[in-house]
Write a protein that binds this ligand. Structure first.
Ligand code: ARG
Length: 270
C-alpha cells in the first residue's frame, strides 16, 4: 500500500545562531567547556532555513541578541494557536531575558502576547496536534502552566510526565506527523503517560533510544516531509515506510546545547 501524504505550508519563526555558545549547563547535553564552532552552527542552521523554503514554507526571523546563546532555540519562546500567542517564562534565569526579544517581535507583527505566571517553555513542552495540546512536565514546564494554557486557549491540554533528563522537553521525545499521528520514544514518559499516548495514538511511529538520542524526535513534519536529523537513520527509514519523506538536515553543532531542528523552529499558526 502506498500512501500519499499531504503537505500543508507553514509559517515559521527562527533566530540565527550568531551568538550561539555553550556557556552554562541546564540540561545533560551541555558541557560549558565544549568548544563551539559558530560558523559551522550558522552554516548548518542556514541549511535548515533553505530546506524549509525549498519545500514552500515561510520563514521569518528574530534578531539574535548577544549574551543570549540559546536564543537560536525559537521553539521555546511561545506557543501560537489560532493567532493567539502564549509567551514563555523560562525555568533557567539565564534564558529569561529571551522573552523580551520574542515578545517584541510578536507585538511588532501585530500580536498580543500573554505572559504566563508559571514556568512554561513554549513549544518545547506544548505540542499542538491539530485538535488539542500535548503538554510535557517533569523538568521545565509546570502542571500549573498546563492549567494556564488550557484556560488561555480553551482547548484540551493533556499532561504528560517526562522522566529521563536527556529528554527534558516534550519536543525531544515526541513530534506530530500530521493531524492524526505522532512519533515518540515511550521510555521518555512515565508509565501512566505512556498508556495515555498508546490510547491516543495506537498507530504511532515508535522510536528507539538511539533515534531519540540522535535528536530524531526533535523533527518538524509538514504532513508529508519530515525535516529530521540524519543521525536518526532507523527512524527516518521507518517514517519512509509510513509514506513520509524524510528530509535530512544536520544540526550537530546545535546538539551540543541539547537542541535540534524542532527546537530551532517556532510555528506561527494563524
Ligand atoms: N540549551 C537549551 C535549553 O536547555 C536547549 C533548548 C532546546 N529546545 C527545545 N525546544 N527542546 O533550554
Amino acid at each position: 500500500m502506498s500512501l500519499t501524504r499531504v503537505r500543508r505550508p507553514r509559517r515559521f519563526l527562527v533566530c540565527e545562531p550568531r551568538h550561539f555558545a555553550v556557556r552554562y549547563a541546564i540540561n545533560p547535553w551541555m558541557h560549558p567547556d565544549t568548544p563551539v564552532d559558530v560558523d559551522l552552527a550558522q552554516e548548518q542552521w542556514r541549511s535548515l532555513i533553505h530546506a524549509y523554503r525549498a519545500h514552500g514554507h515561510t520563514v521569518e526571523s528574530v534578531e539574535p541578541a548577544p549574551d543570549l546563546p540559546d536564543m537560536v532555540f525559537a521553539a521555546n519562546s511561545a506557543v501560537v494557536v489560532g493567532g493567539r500567542v502564549f509567551g514563555s517564562l523560562f525555568h533557567a534565569p539565564e534564558r529569561r531575558p529571551e522573552s523580551v526579544h520574542y515578545d517584541t517581535w510578536f507585538k511588532t507583527a501585530g500580536y498580543e502576547v500573554y505572559r504566563p505566571e508559571s514556568v512554561c517553555e513554549g513549544e518545547g513542552d506544548l505540542v499542538w496536534t491539530g485538535r488539542y495540546l500535548l503538554a510535557g512536565t517533569g523538568f521545565r514546564t509546570t502542571r500549573e502552566a498546563h492549567r494556564e494554557v488550557q484556560e488561555f486557549f480553551g482547548r484540551p491540554v493533556i499532561s504528560l510526565t517526562l522522566v529521563d533528563p536527556h529528554f527534558y522537553h516534550l519536543d525531544t521525545a515526541l513530534f506530530v506527523l500530521d493531524d492524526d499521528n505522532v512519533a515518540y520514544y515511550p521510555e521518555a514518559f512515565s508509565p501512566g503517560s505512556r498508556e495515555v499516548l498508546a490510547g491516543l495514538f495506537p498507530d504511532a511511529v515508535l522510536a528507539t533510544r538511539e533515534d531519540a538520542l540522535a535528536f530524531g524526535l526533535n523533527s518538524v513534519s509538514d504532513g508529508r516531509h519530515v525535516f529530521i536529523a540524519p543521525q536518526a537513520e532507523a527512524l527516518a527509514a521507518r517514517l519512509g515506510e509510513h509514506g513520509y519523506l524524510p528530509v535530512p538536515v544536520d544540526l550537530s553543532e546545535l546538539h551540543k546545547a541539547g537542541g535540534g531542528i524542532k527546537c530551532c523552529t517556532q510555528e506561527i499558526r494563524s
